[in-house]
Ligand binder design. Structure first.
Ligand SMILES: Cc1cc2nc3c(=O)[nH]c(=O)nc-3n(C[C@H](O)[C@H](O)[C@H](O)COP(=O)(O)O)c2cc1C
Length: 182
């Protein structure tokens, strides 16, 4: 018997087809709480989460893709009952300097951790999610009136998995391929 968190990680998969069932407010609060508690560089908490529930805006998000309607990838976003649009910024001066010294965008890492916390918490609650990194930032910012000083990092769709369809498990590399003991 491994730790419960490992069972959640092992069974999670991206869900791109959703049941027509709304997400309960108490469950949504727990999902957001797991983002709020995520670690971040110097505890900077550079994130903001736009919890999009408006069906019209969600449909529009599914269309705000870099290559427009010529590429249909991500049109499934339109069927999600909730989409969380995660931004970072403004990034404070000291944080910018420190991360420039090591040449790493820490705020990307910070937001990514928070999003994955949400994805795993959602999964434990029976709710599926899918990360979205393919979107047109300019169009998304204008649609949601996101302040200039914020950068959209990624979205997370949320929705109960549609029943009767296969939510495929993606293969992973073997541990020997990705690990070096020194
Ligand atoms: C940073 C990031 C960006 C992603 N962007 C998209 C996306 O735009 N559209 C999509 O359908 N899936 C997207 N995904 C989901 C990945 O395709 C998925 O996590 C991967 O294929 C592994 O499958 P699994 O999540 O089911 O294990 C993204 C995942 C990450 C971490």
């Amino acid at each position: 018997m491994g730790p419960e968190i490992l069972n959640i990680i092992q069974s999670r998969r991206s869900v791109r087809q959703y049941a027509e069932k709304p997400i309960e407010e108490d469950k949504l609060s727990m999902i957001l709480e797991s983002a709020r508690l995520a670690p971040s560089a110097s505890n900077s908490q550079p994130w903001h989460f736009y919890v999009v529930k408006d069906a019209g805006k969600i449909k529009a998000l599914g269309e705000k893709m870099p290559l427009g309607s010529r590429v249909v990838a991500n049109s499934f976003i339109a069927d999600a009952p909730i989409v969380i649009v995660a931004t970072a910024g403004p990034i404070d001066f000291l944080h910018k300097i420190a991360s420039a010294i090591v040449n790493k965008k820490w705020y990307y890492l910070d937001v990514a951790i928070a999003l994955e916390h949400m994805s795993l918490t959602a999964w434990e609650l029976g709710i599926g999610s899918c990360w979205i990194g393919w979107f047109d930032e300019k169009k998304v910012k204008s649609l949601l009136n996101i302040p200039k000083a914020e950068e959209v990092i990624a979205f997370l769709t949320l929705g109960y998995p549609k029943e009767g369809v296969e939510h495929k498990i993606k293969p992973r590399k073997k541990l020997e391929q990705i690990m070096t003991e020194i």
